[in-house]
Design a protein around this ligand. Sequence first.
Ligand SMILES: *Cc1c(COP(=O)(O)O)cnc(C)c1O
Length: 368
Amino acid sequence: MPQAQETVLEIDLKALEYNYQLLRSKLKPTTKFMAVVKAFGYGSDAILVAKHLEKLGVEYFAVAYAKEGIALRDAGIKTPILVLHPQPVNFKRIIQHCLEPSLYNARVLKAFIAVAEAEEQKEYTVHIKFNTGLNRLGFWENDVDFIVGKLKSTSSIKAASIFSHLAASEDLNEKEFTKNQINNFRKIALEFEQKIGYKPMLHQLNTSGVLNYSEEAQYDMVRCGIGLYGFGNDEFFTSQLKNVFNLKSVISQIHMIEPNESVGYNRAFRAPHFMKTATIPIGHADGIHRALGNQKGAVAIKGKKAPMIGNICMDMIMVDITKIDCKEGDEVIIFDTQEAINDLAKSANTISYEVLTAISQRVNRIVK
Ligand SMILES: *Cc1c(COP(=O)(O)O)cnc(C)c1O
């Protein structure tokens, strides 16, 4: 890769492909793979990622909202797309773009049937979501009769799958709770199959679920997000995956700072001695968490750590390069390893998911 000349996010599609194959290798050959590409592909680029994964043969995509699914369809993605969290206001557009809604309560089930009937649909594919303990979205186990009644009362929709989501699949201290979620889902699925009279696909596992519970709850499909993008639920698995994200920038300007001079807004940093600082064109509006200011976070320049000093600005940061031999125009690495992403997450008191999804749309994405 040539040196960065502005702030760019390089997306390593080879690494993504590696991660996909590794996750797949943990599954039975018949298990379908739903690639979760919500939130711009976890901050990468949903279209780039989906196009690549479509070529590799993933069976399904998932997004959170209708708008994200429409963007994929507009880009030419043909693979089925599950919309995890749709709203009735978008149901007509969901049908127009051949997206498959998750129906998670009576309100959305009734509203979707009404729209599907108005649009004269026959057996339009939908997915029924059950809540088994996350208490976020989903029907309760005692809703099965109601759902089956509704489905039997119309030919406009058909449930292709029923699914649920684990609350603590990454936390082995919560194994008992998770096994309980798994058992509950199995019970719900059996009852649903008996009452509806056919077998919809079943799916319950996210990335950590695949890593920890693929024996007991693999079913027909799994839904993986973060693993594709290089993160497992522990250091060991993360080290088996490859890093997909390289966030790079450049030194715009270098300043020589006298002792007691301040740097940045509110004069938050005071130079204890003579210093050299670099100003970098990336700020909190680009996804550099404001909590990383005042030496909590660091970037790398010429392989050396340069702490972020003062407050993070909207469009830029200042870093300490006193001990680094560098010049204006030199490349700056915000992160190019999973370890660096995890370090930034820890320093900002958050998790890798948030560091990645925070990289704003202002940052150019390029394929590495
Ligand atoms: C985001 C999401 C996933 C993917 O989870 P990862 O931990 O990123 O693998 C799967 N299922 C649902 C319902 C989700 O919301």
